[in-house]
Design a protein around this ligand. Sequence first.
Ligand code: SF4
Length: 252
Amino acid sequence: MTVTTAGSPLGADSGYELVSDPARAREALSLRCGGCLPPLLYETDTPLGEVPLDFPPSARQLWLYAHKPGRPATWIRKRREFLDHRLYILLSDRDPFSFTAARILSSLGVPCGLRQEAEQPDWEAWADLLGYAAYAAVPHAPVEPFASAMRSYRPERARPFCMDALAIIVRQSRKPSGPDADATDLSNIREREMCDAERVDRFFLDRHPCSFCPAWRVCMGTYERIRGEGENTCSVFFREWMEACECPAIEK
Ligand code: SF4
């Protein structure tokens, strides 16, 4: 069985097993004590609707990372299979249709999430998805990274929101339960670096535009090089995200 963490944003100690060969995914799911093993991430270039879901029943957590969501007509009818396999579907913002696909999957009751991987994030598309994830009154499954941020947000704490649904799920699979659980085990996550005093000094002593940003507390300049201009900027998006987290009308 291939065990690799190549491509992981979290480094060698990622806390999940990554496979890209379907036969190896089946083998990994067939192991005994699946519930004791780290979550399995099955990464595929096959469009979502064409991925054979012939996995054996397993207590192991399974995430399907589909680089291409493909046409909804090909996967909407697989809703029951997604749910039976307790799949968590990961998509990438590199494919613009992923935003719509995440909305559809969520409305079908399938937990899903997006990873921010595009070189220039489409902040407007991210904000639209946030609007759905946070405010939609119809029943829907959680959409990460928003659902976790809503639960763990503390207004008094400065900490960057994580834009990678995979990092969030890994964090959740490791953490103990409890009211402050989302604040634990950030030791090997890139965000930690953002809190370095040296880095903060650089922004504030240099009077960098980020140091005037109302969303600094939840971004800390992570997107300083690709901030965008006008109304479609990281600052607008992160402010909307903070507002959603602070909105008393939203059940967290
Ligand atoms: S949201 Fe944008 S402008 Fe604000 S701190 Fe982050 S990178 Fe800087």
